[in-house]
Design a protein. Structure first.
Length: 254
């Protein structure tokens, strides 16, 4: 029987691709903002001469997501940290025009001074059209990492994913690596590769951690978030603005 969640996306997909992947950080939003500013602030200063500023923003979830606009073509300039109803998790999104990189964030945050456990979740439908060279290569992924000062990179954990190869023709599975901390979600009996890490398995994994990834009410339950944005710097060459509509037109092949 098909899982009723298979056809759902956060906010009914109206903020895709911004919400195609979300990073969940196991700390309150203020702590996450401090770690983020300390981590990315130096790189921002080197790149543009600007600084990162954290400030509170208020509103319903769609209003909070609007603070990420405009989306940026090559370099992130804004990050949104959303408290959640679970309390222990803060959700992170950024203004990259094709969505953030939750697996990379999940691996990086725990390694920072004051860093915390992080979970990255990716859920992208396969819409790529070879004729128009537009749309998205489908992918699903979960990454789980936590601080480990004794390890080579300062973290321990792993990721699992299923995605369309860059040929756009076939799905490939990356099985959980060494140190995977959760039950193995891979169904090796599934005939199709894309079904070996199903959407239901992804949602069940993060749900066991208290993350209701598709529940709009899970995010910013008290109507506020923290926006970390770049101020005072110069524009990076090629880092043009993109509207949400432009990003979605790319997805649809328009």
């Amino acid at each position: 029987m098909a899982d009723a969640r298979d056809g759902r996306y956060l906010l009914d997909g109206t903020w895709f691709p911004v919400t195609h992947g979300i990073t969940f950080l196991e700390a309150d939003a203020e702590t996450c903002a401090r770690v983020l500013v300390a981590w990315r602030g130096e790189a921002t200063m080197r790149r543009t001469g600007g600084v990162l500023r954290a400030r509170r923003v208020e509103g319903a979830l769609p209003d909070l997501l609007t603070t990420l606009l405009p989306l940026k073509l090559t370099s992130v300039t804004r990050y949104l940290l959303l408290p959640t109803a679970e309390g222990r998790w803060t959700a992170l999104l950024d203004n990259a025009w094709r969505g953030s990189e939750p697996v990379a964030y999940a691996g990086a945050f725990p390694a920072q001074p004051g860093g915390m456990r992080a979970v990255g979740v990716v859920d992208v439908p396969h819409t790529f059209d070879a004729r128009t060279r537009s749309g998205w290569f489908g992918s699903r992924a979960v990454a789980v990492y936590e601080p480990d000062p004794g390890s080579r990179w300062g973290v321990r954990g792993s990721s699992v994913s299923v995605s369309v190869a860059d040929t756009g023709r076939r799905w490939e599975l990356d099985e959980p690596g060494e140190g995977w901390p959760l039950p193995d979600p891979v169904d090796r009996t599934a005939r199709r590769v894309q079904d070996r890490l199903s959407r239901t398995a992804v949602l069940d994994l993060v749900g066991a951690l208290g993350i209701r990834a598709l529940d709009d009410a899970f995010y910013a339950p008290d109507g506020w978030a923290i926006l970390v944005d770049e101020v005072g710097g110069h524009d990076v060459a090629g880092n043009a603005d993109r509207s949400l509509r432009q990003a979605q037109q790319h997805d649809s092949g328009a």
